[in-house]
Design a protein around this ligand. Structure first.
Ligand code: CAA
Length: 267
């Protein structure tokens, strides 16, 4: 993996942990970090040894690891943006955000503190969100005179429903981790010192399944979500056909019949 100014990547067995690290700005996303994210995700997607990616935020400048996941897009960079520059910034971020959403590996956001604006938006681009009990979610953009520009108006409504998304975006009210769990914005809330363990345990469980099957299931869910049900189910049947022609399918089903644990390998 390359070296990055604002990212750290660690690999453990089948799992990569990508940490966004700008301690001086609570991990806010500036252009450089967005470009690095794009490059890092391309590298991770091409790495056969990685089956699950965990995305998290690094400590603040005082070393507090649970202060902030990502405190948004970088306001100090955006303050002088013209309309075309702001549009280009949104488009630039959409590329790595779509990579998180659509890459073949499962992506888990381990949300360790503030997930505001672009921070909430990058967490929503991941497949699964696990939050520490002190995490805070919000879309404060309308209070800054802008709107969410990294997919928030679209992904929040799809995740929690239009009414709740509109309330969060129009009022700019932050919500705590329990409320985020209650409305379906996060999958689990855990104690701070359990956050990475919980994310890694889930990652290990996912990595132990048929990785090719998991990646095809992810594609089926993502691609079908915005289709009509008839075409979506037909698309699923086509992909169901594809995964029936793999070594993992033979091993998985034979292992069941022979009453032994399956050893799944495909990617
Ligand atoms: N951009 C740039 N710098 C940021 C930042 C951001 N989004 N969030 C925090 N920082 C910086 C602060 O300016 C501060 O730097 P200095 O010490 O140099 O002044 C440092 O991080 C620490 O922050 P605070 O002193 O503010 O810490 P706090 O504990 O008092 O407050 C906070 C924490 C509530 C998260 C507060 O920092 C905050 O409100 N941040 C902004 C959150 C926000 O509005 N995010 C949305 C951005 S817009 C967006 O994301 C648009 C989009 O969709 C594309």
């Amino acid at each position: 993996m390359s070296d990055y100014a604002n990212l750290k990547i660690e690999k453990e067995a089948d799992i990569a942990v990508l940490t966004i690290s700008r301690p001086e700005a609570l991990n806010a996303l500036n252009s450089e970090t967005i470009e690095e994210l794009d490059k890092a995700l391309t590298e991770i997607e091409a790495d056969d040894s990685v089956k699950v990616l965990i995305l998290t935020g690094g400590p603040d400048k005082k070393g507090n690891a649970f202060k902030s996941f990502v405190a948004g897009a970088d306001i100090k960079e955006m303050v002088n943006f013209t309309a075309p520059e702001a549009r280009a910034f949104g488009i630039k971020a959409s590329v790595p955000f779509f990579k998180l959403q659509n890459m073949r590996q499962v992506t888990i956001a381990a949300v360790n503190g503030f997930a505001l604006g672009g921070g909430c938006e990058i967490a929503m681009s991941c497949d699964i969100r696990i939050a520490s009990d002190n995490a805070v979610f919000g879309q404060p953009e309308c209070g800054l005179g802008i709107i969410p520009g990294f997919g928030g108006t679209q992904r929040l409504a799809r995740l929690v429903g239009m009414g709740r998304a509109k309330e969060m975006i129009f009022t700019c009210d932050n919500i705590n981790a329990e409320e985020a769990y209650r409305i379906g914005l996060v999958n689990h809330v855990v104690a701070q010192d359990e956050l990475m363990n919980c994310a890694k345990e889930m990652a290990k469980k996912i990595a132990s399944k048929g990785s090719y099957a998991v990646s095809i299931a992810k594609a089926a869910i993502n691609n079908g979500y915005d289709m009509d049900i008839k075409n979506a189910v037909e698309m699923e049947a086509n992909l169901f056909g594809v995964v029936n022609d793999t070594a993992d399918k033979k091993e998985g089903m034979n292992a069941f019949i022979e009453r032994r644990p399956a050893e799944l390998k495909d990617f």
